[in-house]
Design a protein around this ligand. Sequence first.
Ligand SMILES: NC(=O)CC[C@H](N)C(=O)O
Length: 374
Amino acid sequence: MKAVLALADGRVFEGKSFGATGEAVGEVVFNTAMTGYQEVLTDPSYRGQMVTMTYTQIGNTGINPEDIESKQLYLSGFIVKEYHDCYSNWRATMSLDAYLKENGVVGIQGLDTRALTRHLRDKGAQNGVISTVDSDHESLVKKARAVPSMAGLDLATGVSCDKPYHWTEKLWDLEAGYTAATPDELKYKVVAYDFGIKYNILRCLVSAGCDVTVVPATFPADEALAMNPDGIFLSNGPGDPEPMTAVIENIRKFVGKKPIFGICLGHQLLGLALGGQTMKLKFGNHGSNLPVMDLDTRRVEITAQNHGFSVDIVSLGHACELAHENLNDQTVEGMKHKDLPIFSVQHHPEASPGPHDSHYLFGRFVELMEKEKA
Ligand SMILES: NC(=O)CC[C@H](N)C(=O)O
């Protein structure tokens, strides 16, 4: 069946349908990860977006019940060059096509994803529509233009959990799979704010020795402080951080009281809570092969990233300093407070998908909590 992708600036790509049929809208972005499409599909930070994979063959490893980063698929469309229905992997239980159909995610394949990526890179990420029911280019471009801009959208509050819960699962092990931590392994009490949190962040925290209670995005700071945690964690999540004013106000209440660690949206919200500003990037960074320098150690790490917004470090004045830098586009990749045990990163140290170079950051959070405790 034919499928068409139309962008708001008038560019149209024709391809074939895979996954669910129908029509979907969202911001079209590109992801440069060569593996790990299942983690990409289940990353809540992609809510409201349609993801183009730059790697050419997708579907080869099928879908398995373990490599999920949340309980559902949040992205609104999936765009690939060549979909492979014949999958081969010892853990796979179903095909990507069946998975997308089951979850109602519209896909398109067989289009020139290199041309699409170059277009997005040159003109910027923009809204689009994928349709299997309308093939009229003009009508589709009109629909793409009617989609609200990602800038100004609070999408995170809607993907958060409803009530607090305890997380005990550790990182996956080839022999043992997923196992739960025993109480004696958990030394630091952490309250983790869920703005669309990826499971592997929780697993990394637990494996680093954290006793994690996940709380909703709107959970009052005084109730969190009453739990007497050793540290506060701020998660990743979809959308623009700026409109989340109540959440930002809430985060401010932890500053000076507890060690804080933020990842991606959590890093951006922290920047805003500390008085800084955020801005939308032209096309952002989405992938698992992005070089970053830790300015403390001067070590370069290859990171997983998924963001369209960025913190303006200058707007933070003297309170914070740049701690990590993106070596591709020189954007702010991490910051640390000059006087308080507070730090955050724009990239994803939990990877999933991606290399584990940045896992050490969970250890850094634990060290800060250890120091404060002492
Ligand atoms: N992965 C994330 O947390 C993304 C943060 C934010 N939604 C952005 O696009 O920049």
